[in-house]
Design a protein around this ligand. Sequence first.
Ligand SMILES: Nc1ncnc2c1ncn2[C@@H]1O[C@H](COP(=O)(O)OP(=O)(O)O)[C@@H](O)[C@H]1O
Ligand SMILES: [Mg+2]
Length: 239
Amino acid sequence: MIHDLDHKKKTGKKQQKQFDYSEIYRQLRTNLEFASLDKDELQVINLTSTNPAEGKSSVSANLALIYAAKYPKTLIIDCDLRKPVIHKIFRISNKTGLSNLLKDGVDVASIDINSSPYFERFKDKEDDGKLYVLSAGSKVYNPLELLASEKFSNLIAELRKKFNMIIMDCPPVSAVSDSIYVSHVSDGTIFVVSSKDTDKIQAKTAVTQLKRNGVNLLGAVLTKVQDSNTLNYYNYYSD
Ligand SMILES: Nc1ncnc2c1ncn2[C@@H]1O[C@H](COP(=O)(O)OP(=O)(O)O)[C@@H](O)[C@H]1O
Ligand SMILES: [Mg+2]
């Protein structure tokens, strides 16, 4: 189910299966579902972190695959318009994606997600196309403006009607405010912390910044534990 999603590996080379951490992601999905039991439903979730390379995109991709195993229609959106990698992870084209969908003035309400050029379906031996991928799209000079626009929030509102679950991969908090705007259109935000890379003080500053901006922090996912490819998670924001 969960694949070796290391996008830095050369494509074409036979992928070596690593530790199967699907159970950990299933647990994360269950915890998210429990977290939303007595509150509003979590249909749109975004992921961010303090700095680059802490594992946001990897966790987003794995989480999206785990949701796709459960629901008929799951969408992953690459909202990191500055350093997009979701298309590399799923080995799809990035010619048309989120930025184009926003700039082309597409009427999303009337789009058929199964035939639209903007949405790619991820299919392989074990995954039967229940995961849809909206890559970042062509490079733009104003990512913040696009993500802060009404067009973007309208897009997400329309996509809520078409998908059971939406996962949004975001840039880090330290450099740009993009993820704050994305968080404002999502139901909750997961904060990724790398045990290997993340600086505690910087992470605290990032969390404070998110909270100050009214972001609904759901909890944290800890990556790169003990230099193996394991992943742990814990909720330190929940009551
Ligand atoms: N849990 C993990 N354990 C070890 N390496 C990881 C883990 N998650 C991601 N990586 C590696 O770290 C690098 C950055 O990951 P990525 O998901 O692109 O981070 P980000 O989106 O935060 O920039 C990649 O080479 C990826 O393979
Ligand atoms: Mg990333």
